[in-house]
Write a protein that binds this ligand. Sequence first.
Ligand SMILES: Cc1ncc(COP(=O)(O)O)c(C=O)c1O
Length: 377
Amino acid sequence: MASYRDRFPVFERVTYMNSCSQGALADSVRSAMESYMDGMDEFGSLWEAWAGKQEQVRGLLAQVFGTTPAEVAVTASASAAMNAIASSMFLEDGPRTVVTTSLEFPTAGQIWHAQAARGVSVEHVPAGPDHRLSIAAIADAIDDDTALVAVTHVCYRNGSMTDIKAIVDLAHSRGVPVLVDAYQSGGAVPIDFAELGADFLVGGCLKYMLGMPGVGFALVNSRSTSQLIPTATGWFAARDIFAMDIFGYDPAVDARRFEAGTPVVPSLYAVAAGLELLLDVGVANAWAATSVLHDELRAGITSLGGMVVTPAAAGEHGPMIGVAATDDGGLVRAMADDNVVVSHRDGNVRISPHFYNNSADVEAVLASMRRHRHLLA
Ligand SMILES: Cc1ncc(COP(=O)(O)O)c(C=O)c1O
């Protein structure tokens, strides 16, 4: 992936291995945002171009995830996508428990708990001490009152990855829909939405998808969810946006019904450019390149006496690996002083390479960790 590295100026300054927080900025993403500003200067308003950008992003997301544009809602965040979905559920008598896990991102726990006002209760299936989620434990948690299984693909705290296909097959065999939070895997790990068979998959574009804050998405399985109509909505979700109708609610029949108001247009410009670059690289190629760096990182960290908390087996980890630290924040700050950018959560330093990283970056990360090894757990 050496040919792409020059496209990311940040590497002239620092060793950046923090794509689980924000992807590195590509030259074309910067230019795309600048072209938005240039257009404002030149024409004042760019309504036609804006609507086109939304559709371009929809089409690019469909390509990344092996689905059709009609199954893609472009939202302002993953939270907005989840809220729109939640708003379409629990409106009638029926099951009222959401089965989720202990590995979720805060927003994914909070949104389901917020549905308590609609009589919803939430059950968190705990992952084991090795951060693996047992499919049998999910099976035990599903009962006649289960309305939804909502599960993160890759945990933002420890990088463990759950076998979503197994959960989809299990939940569907009991007639329960599945929502996947793929924020920590989308763009890094190949995902085929059609093959996965999940009912919903949500995420955002600022990490491994090379974009900026302001664009999230919901992939919506048209076969299994057509009866769900969101109550959190807005004019961009209308069947005909330009009907400008204040006297009724006529939502789009496709995934667009999960959208709301004016999109975050500058971010759409960035995200379109980021997704084009990602598709040029190819997610499978990106994942293959990242996997080589994972092996180097794991070997190096182990030889330093450090402990990688992320499961190692194929299919059990995403792009980020977590390393236990006695003072995770302190270690991240010490590494920043060495010009190495990583992040931390929950006692772990998070090292998250992408296709633009290389073995020299791994060396720099390991050299810095060696210098501060007293902070490793
Ligand atoms: C796994 C996961 N889910 C959800 C979110 C929240 O996304 P948003 O801020 O777009 O709602 C994040 C953000 O980092 C995340 O990592």
